[in-house]
Design a binder for this molecule. Structure first.
Ligand code: NZQ
Ligand code: ZN
Length: 386
């Protein structure tokens, strides 16, 4: 195990009917907030009305930024910064999924920066201050509710780039599983694939001696495998939604990566796919992951894939090679069983763009830790997934 420092500053408020707690949490930080939300799911579910009532009951002034899209655009960040400056806002309240929370995080940082917020992503500037951020999560997927990451799309440059800074952790996140009852089957499936992918990116690591991290990762994978089909079949199944929601948070809050080198090649490739084609993040990962697994499976990585197959999928094949391949096959079959596509061609990706996606994914260097991938390797994975 490698050395590490671990700290989590986010207060998690988990459970049914705990929205009334939020007023007090906001008032610890601010009296004037920017309410950020997406394309309308919170209005349709009635959550919007409850949030507005809570803000009014607590005497909190608010302005609104609505219409943040999945794969959030840098333009929404720019609009949010303008609103914060115009109304002297003191905090961001992001209500929805990872796209809205990520957008809120970058608004929070860009508020204190005079240049263009895209500069944070091109590494032309660093985050130095940020408004406090609070989140009300409505979909189990990204882990943005308890981490310092933000991923934003730029339509002009056709890029999707990520940022991490400790100042971007939400001060609090409300996780009420009942708020995820309305997530449709396709988004539930994509969210589960994203959670599983986060776990894979950290589980499949060359670092030896990470027994406890590996067992935690396997437990989280089994939770997704057990509860995702139940949540899709029965959307208001509280235990299924609660377990998926808490797993989404635990899967990307630093717990699984502490003490390890982590991979993230599949995510880097997927981000380039979503930059060009606006594919749902988790769906792209579900398509790519089994092909990444097949591609990096070799003599060195075999033991980890055998462990995965036996511990997560209860594969009993005595031969190690066969066991590893069965584990990968079961992963692919599971994503298909959730109703997710298994070919890039099915989600609008054009074959003639594969080399370009591979080039952009490796523009800042080779990817991955299980096996180093250059542009040619990435193109091979994309072709296999096509
Ligand atoms: O926009 P509305 O109408 O609100 O609908 C949303 C959206 O269409 C809908 N939705 C969310 N909660 C709902 C619901 N519909 C009905 N009922 C509910 N309760 O779901 C759709 C997707 O929302 P989105 O926020 O895009 O989903 P997700 O949480 O999967 O976020 C994906 C974004 O996060 C980034 C991804 O790249 C992508 O841009 N990521 C962020 C990470 C992070 N900050 O740590 C890590 C991830 O790897 C990922 O890259
Ligand atoms: Zn992800």
């Amino acid at each position: 195990m490698l050395d590490f420092t671990f700290q989590l500053p986010t207060r998690i408020i988990f459970g049914r009917n705990r929205l009334e707690k939020i007023g007090g949490e906001i008032k610890k930080n601010a009296n004037r907030v920017l309410l950020v939300y997406g394309g309308g799911s919170i209005i349709r579910s009635g959550l919007y009305d409850r949030i507005i009532e809570m803000l009014k009951d607590n005497g909190i002034f608010f302005a609104e930024l609505s219409g943040v899209q999945p794969n959030p655009r840098i333009d929404s960040v720019r609009q949010g910064v303008e609103l914060c400056r115009k109304h002297d806002l003191e905090m961001i309240l992001a209500v929805c999924g990872g796209s809205v929370i990520d957008c809120g995080k970058v608004i929070a940082a860009a508020y204190y920066y005079d240049g263009d917020p895209w500069d944070f992503f091109t590494r032309n500037t660093r985050v130095t201050r940020a408004l406090p951020i609070g989140a009300v999560l409505t979909i189990a997927a990204t882990g943005s509710e308890m981490n310092g990451n933000a991923v934003i799309n730029n339509d002009e440059t056709k890029e999707k780039l990520g940022l991490f800074h400790p100042l971007l952790y939400p001060r609090f996140s409300l996780l009420d599983p009942t708020l995820t009852f309305t997530v449709p089957a396709d988004q539930t499936a994509a969210g589960s694939a994203d959670i599983m992918s986060h776990i894979f990116e950290q589980y499949f690591s060359p670092t030896p001696g990470t027994y406890v991290q590996d067992r935690m990762a396997e437990a989280m994978l089994k939770t997704c495998i057990h509860y995702s089909p139940i949540a899709i079949e029965e959307p208001d199944h509280y235990e299924a939604r609660a377990n998926l929601l808490w797993t989404s948070t635990l899967a990307l809050n630093g717990l699984l990566s502490a003490g390890k080198a982590t991979d993230w090649a599949t995510h880097m490739i997927q981000h380039e796919v979503s930059a060009l084609y606006d594919v749902t993040h988790g769906l792209g990962l579900a398509i790519l992951t089994p092909h990444w697994m097949q591609y990096v499976l070799n003599e060195d990585t075999l033991p980890k894939f055998v462990q995965y197959a036996r511990n997560v999928w209860q594969v009993t094949a005595a031969d190690d090679g066969q066991a590893a391949r069965e584990g990968i096959d079961k992963t692919a079959q599971f994503f298909v069983s959730l109703g997710l596509a298994d070919r890039l061609s099915e989600v609008g990706v054009e074959e003639n763009q594969i080399e370009e996606i591979a080039r952009k994914a490796t523009a800042y260097g080779s990817l991955g830790r299980m096996k180093k991938l250059d542009a040619g390797d990435v193109a091979n994975i994309l072709k296999a997934a096509y």
